[in-house]
Design a protein around this ligand. Structure first.
Ligand SMILES: [Zn+2]
Length: 316
C-alpha cells in the first residue's frame, strides 16, 4: 500500500506494519537506495539516508509525516555513498553505525565522492549516446544517480556517524524495539542490518537486492553468504532490501544462491583455464536475466574469479 502523501520524487513510501514504513527509491529520483522508517514510540529511526542531502531532507519530511516526529536516529548500513550521503539532510538526528563504517566514510567515502565528481559528467553524457551499452529500461535509474550526485554542491563532504557500536545496539521506544546488528562484512567491510524481532521485519541495506544485481566488488561473497544464512535463521517475514521492492526470506535465500552461482561459475572457468578476457563473454544466467544493474554481473563474476585464484590472462 502506497501512501502518496508521504512520498516524494525520490521515493514512494509504503507501510509494512504498524509503525514501520519502507521508502522505496524511484527511478530517476536522487535517492537510489531504499530507506526504512520506524516509530519506536517516542523515538523515530531512519535506516539508511539515501544518495543525496536532497533525498535525505525529503526522507526527514516523510518520517515526520509518518510518525509525527522528525527522525531522532539515522542508521547507516555501510559506507557506500548511496546509503550515507543523505545524512546531512536528516540533521540534527544522531547518526549511528559501526566504528569501521565510520572510519570508511571518513576515508574511502571522501575518495568515492571526489571520484564521482570527476567521472559522472562523462557517464551522464554517455548514458543516451548512440554507443551506450546501458539497457534503455535502466537509464532512468542511472540518470537519477548521476544527475542527483552532480547537483550536490562540490563543497559537500559526507557526514560520518557520531555514535558507533561494534556488534549490536538496541534502540527501545515505548512501543517497539529495533535491534541494530552486524555479523561483520560481506557486501562491504562492515554491514549493519536492523531487525524488529516481534514482527520478523529486517532492514538489510545492500546485503540483499531484489530484482537487481548486487555489487560484490567491495565484499567477500563467502562471508556474505554466511551472514545471509544467519539472518534467515532469525526468522524473517518481510525484508527491506537496499535496492528493489520489499521482499521476504525467499529473496534473502535467492541472493545467497546468486553469490553461490558466481563462485560456481568462476571455479568452472578456472578449471577450464579461462582468462578474464574469455570470462567477460559469459552470458547472464537465465534466472538473473531480468535483473537490473545488469552491467554489475560481469564485474561480480570477475571478482569471484580473482578470489578463487583466477588471473587476468591465460597461463599458457
Ligand atoms: Zn553498497
Amino acid at each position: 500500500m502506497t501512501d502518496g502523501r508521504s512520498g516524494s520524487p525520490h521515493f514512494r513510501v509504503s507501510r509494512i506494519a504498524p509503525g514501520v514504513w519502507a521508502a522505496i527509491a524511484r527511478d530517476g529520483g536522487y535517492g537510489l537506495c531504499n530507506a526504512g522508517i520506524v516509530d519506536l514510540g517516542g523515538t523515530t529511526v531512519v535506516f539508511d539516508s539515501m544518495l543525496t542531502p536532497t533525498a535525505g531532507m525529503a526522507l526527514r519530511l516523510a518520517a515526520r509525516r509518518c510518525t509525527g516526529r522528525a527522525p531522532d536516529v539515522v542508521v547507516n548500513s555501510h559506507w557506500h555513498g548511496d546509503h550515507i550521503r543523505g545524512n546531512s539532510g536528516l540533521a540534527p538526528a544522531v547518526v549511528v553505525s559501526t566504528r569501521k563504517t565510520r572510519d570508511l566514510i571518513r576515508t574511502k567515502g571522501v575518495d568515492q565522492w571526489n571520484s564521482d565528481l570527476r567521472e559522472m559528467p562523462r557517464a551522464l553524457a554517455g548514458l543516451d549516446a548512440p554507443e551506450s551499452t546501458t539497457p534503455v529500461l535502466e537509464r532512468a535509474m542511472y540518470r537519477g544517480w548521476f544527475e542527483g550526485t552532480l547537483r550536490v554542491p562540490r563543497s559537500f563532504r559526507p557526514t560520518p556517524p557520531n555514535v558507533t557500536f561494534d556488534r549490536e545496539l538496541t534502540l527501545a521506544g515505548t512501543r517497539q524495539e529495533l535491534e541494530v546488528r552486524t555479523f561483520g562484512g560481506g557486501h562491504s567491510p562492515s554491514d549493519v542490518f536492523a531487525f524488529l524481532p516481534e514482527r520478523g521485519i529486517v532492514f538489510l541495506g545492500d546485503l540483499v537486492s531484489v530484482g537487481l544485481h548486487p555489487s560484490t566488488g567491495d565484499g567477500v561473497p563467502a562471508r556474505w553468504r554466511s551472514i545471509l544464512r544467519r539472518i534467515v535463521g532469525l526468522g524473517v517475514s518481510e525484508a527491506l532490501p537496499g535496492h528493489g521492492p520489499v521482499g521476504s526470506a525467499d529473496d534473502i535465500r535467492r541472493m545467497e544462491r546468486y553469490l553461490f552461482d558466481l563462485d560456481r561459475l568462476a571455479r568452472a572457468a578456472l578449471r577450464r583455464g579461462d582468462s578474464e578476457v574469455e570470462l567477460r563473454r559469459s552470458p547472464v544466467p537465465t534466472e538473473y536475466r531480468s535483473w537490473r544493474f545488469s552491467a554489475f554481473f560481469l564485474e561480480n563474476l570477475i571478482h569471484s574469479f580473482r578470489l578463487a585464484g583466477g588471473r587476468a590472462t591465460s597461463p599458457g
